[in-house]
Design a protein around this ligand. Structure first.
Ligand code: PA5
Length: 317
């Protein structure tokens, strides 16, 4: 599926937003969703961080913050449409009178959107949620555009970095071999945090390993000290786009003899860099799954967690 991302993304460019946009200025924007759906919120947060005049928040919780109101725009993303945290957050937002829009492939969330007349985008079904990343991202960008929020000027051009090439493949393989049999720590700047977090999540879900994320500059005020006596099992992946601060991080770790891989990003704007990073991370996690002889698709522990939630909580829209 990852190999087909460019094709999938091109298809998603044709998605239609169904609904009637509210003609108003929102006081705040919230993007909510979990796991492979929730990461879309992190990407959009990063893209809008220095540009948006409207505060934007990412929620990965059952509840909405207390300040959500009728002046909020809440974008709810769930690939399956059945994730309890997300359904509960959507209801909370509706109860607060917020404008709610939905991105889903089906499930209760899509039924809910249709029955309540909410704005929605239906994405293609049949993928693992994390493999549907380009569909979910593009659908969400379209939904925001529908409300007059233009996150990125030239989406079509940025998608080029999702083309599967031998260069992309060899970086992914190199990363997989580098991480094999270690506990990787992925370090990034704030703006590139979605790559680090997504990389961790992909390694967790596809490769079935633990991983840690550290974000610079906060890293320099606490975690940095922990590296003075690093465990043998640790390897560092530094997400790098030319930022001198990240050069310092890589040098610092190498001085301490920590095996360090500098993950060079392609792309000439923030979205392209994030897409490239997420893409290579996904492929690397699949190669690592192969090396570890595990099935990347099945996530038994997530199923067990969801079964527990479903046995305890029922959502009635
Ligand atoms: O990638 C995955 O499979 C998970 O992280 C899911 O995205 C997560 O469990 C939430 O499910 P959904 O995306 O269907 O709301």
């Amino acid at each position: 599926m990852y190999i087909k991302w460019y094709e999938l993304a091109t298809k998603a460019m044709g998605y239609e937003v169904i609904g009637k946009p509210a003609i108003k200025e929102f006081k705040d924007i919230i993007i909510t969703g979990m796991g492979g759906s929730g990461i879309v919120g992190d990407v959009i947060y990063s893209l809008l961080y220095t540009r948006s005049r409207t505060p934007i928040t990412v929620v990965k919780d059952f509840r909405m913050p207390g300040w959500v109101s009728k002046d909020s725009l809440v974008c709810v993303i769930s690939y399956s449409g059945n994730t309890l945290e997300t359904l509960s957050a959507a209801l909370d937002a509706m109860n607060a009178g917020a404008e709610v829009c939905v991105v889903a492939s089906g499930g209760k969330l899509l039924e809910f959107a249709i029955s309540k007349g909410l704005t929605y985008v239906k994405v293609d079904q049949g993928l693992a949620p994390r493999a549907a990343f380009p569909l979910l991202l593009i659908a969400t960008l379209k939904a925001l555009e529908f409300y007059g929020i233009n996150v990125h000027g030239n989406l079509g051009r940025s998608l080029n970095v999702l083309k599967y090439t031998s260069e992309v493949d060899s970086v992914a393989k190199e990363l997989a071999f580098f991480i094999f049999n270690s506990l990787p720590v992925i370090l990034s700047s704030c703006r590139l945090y979605p790559i680090a977090m997504r990389f961790k999540n992909e390694l967790n879900e596809n490769s079935k390993i633990m991983a840690k994320v550290e974000v610079i500059p906060e890293w320099g005020h606490n975690d940095i000290v922990g590296w003075e006596l690093p465990l043998d099992v640790i390897r560092a992946v530094v997400v790098y786009d030319g930022d001198p601060l990240m050069e310092f991080v890589a040098r610092f770790l190498r001085d301490l003899k920590v095996p360090t891989y500098v993950f060079n990003l392609e792309g000439d704007d923030l979205l392209s860099k994030i897409l490239y990073g997420v893409y290579v991370a996904g492929l690397a996690s699949i190669y690592l799954a192969e090396l570890r002889k595990v099935d990347p698709v099945v996530t038994r522990s997530i199923d067990r967690y969801k079964e527990f939630l479903n046995s305890r909580i029922s959502i009635n829209a």
